[in-house]
Design a protein around this ligand. Sequence first.
Ligand SMILES: Cc1cc2nc3c(=O)[nH]c(=O)nc-3n(C[C@H](O)[C@H](O)[C@H](O)COP(=O)(O)OP(=O)(O)OC[C@H]3O[C@@H](n4cnc5c(N)ncnc54)[C@H](O)[C@@H]3O)c2cc1C
Length: 311
Amino acid sequence: MIALARSSAVKDFMQNRRGMRKLAERFVAGSDAAAAVDTALQLLDKKNIRTSFYYLGEYVDRLELVQENVDQKLAIAGRLTDEALDVHVSVDPTQIGLQTDPDQVGPRARTIGRAITRASAGKPGLHCLMLDMEDASVVDFTLALHDDLRRLELPAAITLQAYLRRTERDVERLIAAGAKVRLVKGAFVGSREVAFTSEAEIKANYRKLVGLMLSAQARASGFYPIIATHDDRIQAEAIALARKNGWPQGAYEFEMLLGVRSDVAEALARQGERVRLYVPFGCDWWPYAIRRIGENPANGMLLARSLLSRR
Ligand SMILES: Cc1cc2nc3c(=O)[nH]c(=O)nc-3n(C[C@H](O)[C@H](O)[C@H](O)COP(=O)(O)OP(=O)(O)OC[C@H]3O[C@@H](n4cnc5c(N)ncnc54)[C@H](O)[C@@H]3O)c2cc1C
C-alpha cells in the first residue's frame, strides 16, 4: 500500500480517472478549503462533531509544492477566523519541506502556528497545529519540532504511533510536559527492533498507552489525550478508564477519519463525548485514500467499483 501511495505514475492515473470520484468523495471533503469548511460546519451543526483540517499532499519533494502546502495551511487558518469552528490544522512535516529544505520546516511551522494563534484569538475551542507522524525515520525530527513550537508558546500538538516501541517513552515524557497527544496505531511498518509487527502486539501496546494517557497522573499534569482509533472496544474501555480516573467529558477527545465508521463517531458524540473528524481536502487525494483502503479489506470493493465505473 505504501508503494502504491508513493508511486507518482499510479497516482496520476487514479487521480485523473473519472470513475474514481466516488472513492475520493468517501474520504475527502472536496478539492478546496470552502468544501472542507462547509463539511465542518455541517458536522458541528448536525452532529456536534468537530474537525481537524488537512490539506492533502505528503512526502513533497518540490519547493513550489511545499510553498503551496504552507499557503493552504495559512489560508485555512485565516478562513476559520470568523467561523464558529476550532482552528485545528493537521500538518505533515514532509508537506512543509522536510524533504526539500529541512532547516526551513521550523520557520514554516512557526508561521502556521502564529496564524492559528491569530485566527483563534478570543474564540472558545481547541485550537492547534496538530503534527501528523510519518515514518519512523522522522519521529525525532517531528518531536523536536513540536517541542520547539511549544517552547515558543505556539499551539502545538503531536501524533504518536503505538506500533513503535519507543512511543511509551515519548508518551511518558509528553504526559509530564502537559502536552496534547493524538494516539494512533500507525499507518506504517517497521523492523522488529523498532516496531511491534503483529496486529495483536500493536493493539496491546495501544491499550497500554491509553492507560498511561488517561491515568490520574496525566490528568494532574494538564495533559490532553486524543484517542484516535475506529476500534469501538478500545473507545469503550477508554471511556470507562476516564470515568474511573476522574476525567470529565471534554477533558479528552476521540478522533476518527472522515468516511470511516461514521455511525461509531456519531454514537460517541450522542453520548456527550468530544469527537473530532480528520477532514482532508485538496486534489492530491490518492496516497491518502489508498492507505484507508489498506486499513479495511471491504474498502477494496469500493476501489474495484470505482475502477470499473465510467462516471
Ligand atoms: C484522526 C486520525 C489521525 C491519524 N493520523 C495518523 C498519523 O499521523 N500517522 C499514522 O501513521 N497514522 C495515522 N492515522 C492512521 C492510524 O495509524 C491507523 O492506520 C488507522 O486509524 C486504523 O487503525 P484503527 O485503530 O483506527 O482501526 P483498526 O484497529 O485497524 O480497526 C478497528 C475497526 O475500524 C475499522 N476500520 C479501520 N480503518 C478503516 C477504514 N479505513 N475504513 C473502514 N473501516 C475501518 C476496522 O475494520 C475495524 O472494524 C490516523 C488515524 C486517525 C483516526
